[in-house]
Design a protein around this ligand. Structure first.
Ligand code: EPZ
Length: 416
């Protein structure tokens, strides 16, 4: 298994261009299934999850051509509604193919994506909303299948603003007969980007108010060329790296207005943030201060995907702090490894109490999931001595090349 080797205890100085967004690219690739023709997606991140999605699309009849960060998806001739188990079990977000396949073929079947180390990953909200649109869903606990003669637009309210369920309903609604009014939907920026892509293809989607969408179905969709926006979680990860290790980093292309909860927290911790055209300058040269209480939630609250990276800065900050995780019930798994580096974090139920003031010590640690793996790399940047982060393939699912990017910020990191 590949690793990341880090020589720590050095501040960051440099500039890095932020890659295309994983969590915008994946639903947009799924939405390309709705378009009987060739959609061209530019600035797609070169990461494992995008590769998995390409293979799933090819397995159901799409022609997919990749050239660098450009992906051409021809969904004119779909041939299968069964998603390959090999990729579904590796990539949870394949569940968002249900909406498009019900819209195009009237049927879909996939193995249950199952849980993962960040917590339970049920799909009840996906099933409930698609059923309300007329789909007959059958779930035997391992295999899920759904079929419909024609999706019907309707009024829906999500029990929880699930990102994936919101994306599934949007994609189902653009092909449904009639109008769909969706309430309490997720407001993450990736929802906006998905709607923007579909509107570029001819869909009629209106944001009536925050968390409320109106979607007119069967408007007829045509191919388009679309540029994937920058990845706010990757930008936020490198913001946390500079906050934790200190120094000055220019995050080129960092999206504006998509990380405000993190930016407010970073300023509380002593960072200076300055917007420079399409970039964000992050500077932390003074003391690292406790942020007090931080709580994750659905957008615009503090993002769960940046919870682990921020913990690394909190562990070193002057003064106690706490992190409450309200989105995924298993997202403190990385704490055990951080504590082996001296973080001193105590987890009780959904809250991590961080005493702060710790000097991390380098060592051999193991990634078990994507954002926790990125947090371990950040910990290695701050730690005294050398750190080896094993199982870096988890990190490669969401970061094009974390070693390349951190070296551009002046870090001493190598592919192990
Ligand atoms: C998306 O996952 C992201 N993935 C996640 O990023 C992100 O952490 C998450 O949204 C929250 O922002 C992609 O976009 C590919 P959810 P998703 O449905 O759609 C519960 C990363 O690191 N829930 O909003 O799976 C669920 O258990 C990944 O890039 C149900 O109860 O997230 C969780 O507690 C990790 N029933 C909460 O909602 C359902 O049917 C949030 O899940 C669906 C979800």
């Amino acid at each position: 298994m590949k690793s990341v080797y880090i020589r720590g205890n050095a501040s960051l100085y440099g500039e890095v261009t932020i890659q295309g967004s994983k969590n915008a690219a994946l639903p947009i690739m799924a939405a390309a299934l709705l378009v009987p023709g060739v959609c061209v997606l530019r600035n797609c991140p070169r990461i494992a999850d995008v590769e998995y999605m390409c293979r799933i699309l090819e397995s159901i009849g799409c022609r997919v051509d990749r050239e660098g960060r450009e992906i051409r998806i021809d969904a004119a001739q779909l041939s299968d509604s069964r998603l390959p188990r090999e990729y579904v079990t590796r990539m949870r977000s394949s569940v968002m193919l249900m909406g498009p396949l019900l819209g195009r073929l009237g049927e879909v079947s996939l193995s249950h994506p199952g849980g993962c180390v960040i917590g339970d990953r049920p799909i009840d909200l996906h099933v409930k909303t698609l059923s309300r649109m007329g789909a007959a869903c059958r779930d035997d606990g391992t295999q899920l299948s759904a079929s419909v003669s024609g999706l019907r637009g309707t009024s829906l309210r999500l029990d929880y603003p699930s990102v994936g369920a919101t994306e599934n309903v949007i994609m189902a609604a653009v092909t449904a007969d009639g109008v769909t009014c969706l309430e309490n939907c997720a407001q993450e920026p990736e929802i906006g980007w998905l709607c923007d892509f579909l509107i570029h293809c001819g869909a009629q989607i209106e944001k009536k108010s925050p968390g409320r969408l109106l979607i007119r179905g069967q408007t007829g969709l045509h191919p388009c060329t679309y540029t994937i926006p920058a990845d706010r979680i990757v930008a936020g990860t490198y913001l946390c790296a500079c906050l934790a290790a200190g120094g000055e980093a220019l995050l080129k292309g960092a999206p504006e207005g998509e990380n405000e909860a993190l930016e407010r927290t970073a300023r509380r911790m002593g960072a200076g943030l300055e917007r420079r055209q399409d970039s964000l300058l992050v500077k932390r040269t003074g003391p690292l201060l406790s942020p007090g209480e931080v709580e994750t939630g659905s957008f615009p609250a503090f993002p769960t995907d940046l919870q682990s990276p921020l913990l690394v800065a909190m562990a070193q900050a002057e003064g106690e702090s706490s992190m409450r995780e309200t989105v995924f019930n298993g997202r403190f798994g990385v704490v055990e490894e951080l504590n082996r580096m001296g973080a001193g974090i105590e987890v009780q139920k959904d809250t991590a109490r961080v005493p702060g003031g710790r000097r991390l010590a380098g060592g051999r640690v193991r990634a078990a999931e994507l954002r926790g793996g990125a947090a371990l790399v950040i910990a290695g940047l701050c730690a005294q001595g050398e750190t080896l982060v094993e199982n870096r393939s988890y990190v490669d699912r969401g970061y094009e090349d974390i070693c390349r990017d951190l070296r551009l910020l002046g870090a001493c990191v190598q592919d192990g």
